[in-house]
Design a protein around this ligand. Structure first.
Ligand code: CU
Length: 148
């Protein structure tokens, strides 16, 4: 009895596999047709991409503030990128200010603060700490490079 059941099951399985493989063949035939539509597909998404670029190109950068530096000390993005900076301090209270883009984030110990901005202009910009944090405060700077 069991053997008959097994044989029946294996017949079913074979017929299912056979059905799948014939399905793959059908898909293979469809793939042969795709090269021409794919050329059109390349053109159409570029239109929608312009809107999507801002969403998909969000660059999330995590920075650490400490006496008297930022890590990383230089960040590089592309013009038009939406940039999210997440910053926390590992000692005392600092801030990260990017005057060129109106960004000012408190850098607080044990807390992550963040801000988003669009890097709308190319160039090299200062990022500074605006909270007086000690003798090296004036040297507490980092650089934002926005590539054209
Ligand atoms: Cu400071």
């Amino acid at each position: 009895m069991n053997k008959k059941v097994l044989i029946l099951i294996s017949i079913f399985l074979i017929s299912i596999i056979g059905g799948c493989s014939s399905g793959e063949k059908a898909q293979g035939e469809e793939k042969k047709v795709t090269p021409d539509p794919s050329k059109d597909e390349v053109k159409t998404p570029t239109k929608t991409n312009e809107g999507e670029v801002k969403k998909t190109n969000t660059k999330v950068i995590t920075m650490i503030a400490e006496k008297f530096k930022f890590t990383p000390s230089t960040i590089t993005v592309k013009k038009g990128d939406e940039v999210e900076i997440i910053i926390k301090s590992i000692d005392v209270k600092h801030s990260l200010s990017i005057p060129a883009f109106g960004v000012n984030i408190d850098a607080v110990p044990d807390k992550k603060n963040s801000a988003k901005f669009v890097a709308s202009k190319a160039g090299t910009f200062d990022m500074v700490c605006e909270v007086f944090c000690g003798s090296g405060h004036d040297d507490m700077k980092a650089t934002l490079i926005v590539e054209e």
